[in-house]
Design a protein around this ligand. Structure first.
Ligand code: NAP
Length: 223
């Protein structure tokens, strides 16, 4: 049983990269029943992870992860998000809280990447439009994945920024964040706030490239 704020539940994580694995292990470590989704759930690197750090997590297709979860996480390549949702089927997301941890990065011009979605739109909004019956909450996208769970910074802890249209869904994600060691997320408003949160990722990547390390984050200070 989890002793955290988020009551024990089934969590489906769509995405088997570093981000998906980090969050899947985080939820499993807090007593939730986690299924991680991939286009190829049998691939050797995923199997290896499941038998080590991912012990206790199950693997399946994107559709199986969406069906399994009462709480869902989208953690695929940003530019493949709509494809992954289509593959999973929007029905599996219906009525559920969906954490969108993704960034729409365009590396076609090399490093640093640009946003592949700009202006009066964002990936968070596209995900919400693709899943009109789900409650999408942008979170985790402005922090490096090693710090998602039990973050430890030598200086003070950065701010976790979130955005989404549904207040209850943001409370649920806030509970999950608190359990992971992020007790005070700052809510910047509706899902259109993904425009700013995704742009912050570009600043984060540029700073990482300039510093040659990826252990930084941004903190909101009030006077
Ligand atoms: N790396 C970080 O620290 C960090 C931090 C915050 C946010 N993010 C964001 O989190 C997201 C995931 O990042 P990541 O580094 O874990 O992995 P990634 O390499 O960006 O994505 C890997 C996942 O995307 C899926 N995928 C790739 N191409 C696909 C396609 N054409 N159709 C469907 N699915 C496809 C892969 O599926 P398979 O399982 O089938 O291979 C895999 O599950 C990205 O949007 C990234 O910008 C990253």
């Amino acid at each position: 049983m989890t002793n955290g704020r988020l009551s024990r539940r089934r969590v489906g994580v769509l995405g088997s990269g570093e981000v998906g694995r980090r969050l899947a292990a985080g939820f499993a470590g807090r007593g939730h029943h986690v299924l991680i989704g991939s286009r190829d759930p049998g691939k050797p690197e995923l199997r290896e992870w499941l038998s080590g750090e991912g012990a206790g997590v199950e693997a399946g297709t994107f559709a199986e992860a969406a069906e399994h979860g009462e709480l869902l996480v989208l953690a695929v390549l940003g530019n493949a998000a709509e494809e992954a949702i289509a593959e999973a089927g929007a029905k599996g997301f219906s009525g559920k809280v969906v954490i969108d941890a993704m960034n729409p990065l365009d590396f076609s011009g090399g490093f640093p990447p640009k946003l592949s979605i700009t202006g009066e739109d964002s990936l968070g909004e596209r995900v919400q439009r693709a899943l009109p019956d789900a409650k999408v909450v942008k979170a985790f996208n402005t922090i490096g994945n090693p710090y998602f769970v039990d973050p430890s910074f030598s200086e003070s802890q950065p701010t976790m920024l979130i955005a989404g249209d549904d207040e209850d869904a943001k409370r649920t994600v806030g509970d999950a964040l608190a359990d992971f060691g992020w007790p005070d997320p700052v809510d910047i408003g509706g899902i259109e706030g993904s425009r700013e949160l995704e742009a912050i990722c570009i600043a984060w990547v540029k700073i990482g490239g300039a510093r040659g390390s990826w252990d930084h984050g941004f903190k909101l200070l009030v006077g």
